[in-house]
Design a binder for this molecule. Sequence first.
Ligand code: ZN
Length: 203
Amino acid sequence: MKLICVGRNYAKHIEELNNDRPDAPVIFMKPDSCLGQKGQPFFMPDFSNEIHHEVEVLVKINRIGKHIQTKFAHKYYSEIGLGLDFTARDVQLGLKSKGLPWEKAKSFDGAAYIGNWFDKSQFSDLNNLSFQLTKNNEVVQKDTTANMMWKIDEIISYVSRYFTLKIGDILFTGTPAGVGLVERGDILTGHLEGEQAFMLNIK
Ligand code: ZN
């Protein structure tokens, strides 16, 4: 099982990191060893002093597919979730400045957290899902999928040109503005359309 992630999918987040606006989705992957265990805290790694939270809407693939047209992409998933793409920003900036791959910053153990799944039929419009991340009772990230530059079905079509999608693969659809530091003792809570998707302790 693989985690396929989109970078730079919300314009305001591109501005906050001073990145250029891409003309195609920025795609990277995380291995399944990134997945935090359900019910376990996130443990701060020892190689970074700048772990950032990135809350993202998730899509679980439920059919095998390649070269999927956008208009058929909706047939490839039935569940939507919310999760965290943890990023060692200091490590990432060092690698980016040298033009090197991001894996040490994005793909370490625990770097992906997945909350509860929701049947997509309970949502009236997947292209206007509100979601938010709260850190210690303060809302730090809040947006709607209406502000994605590439919508869920477009992402599925695009990535399936390169990678065969398999049952159980998960798309991380990009983070909105408001990424920031996590520290030991923080409690992160995610909500999708008002429903709690996760609560996670940072240790
Ligand atoms: Zn991300």
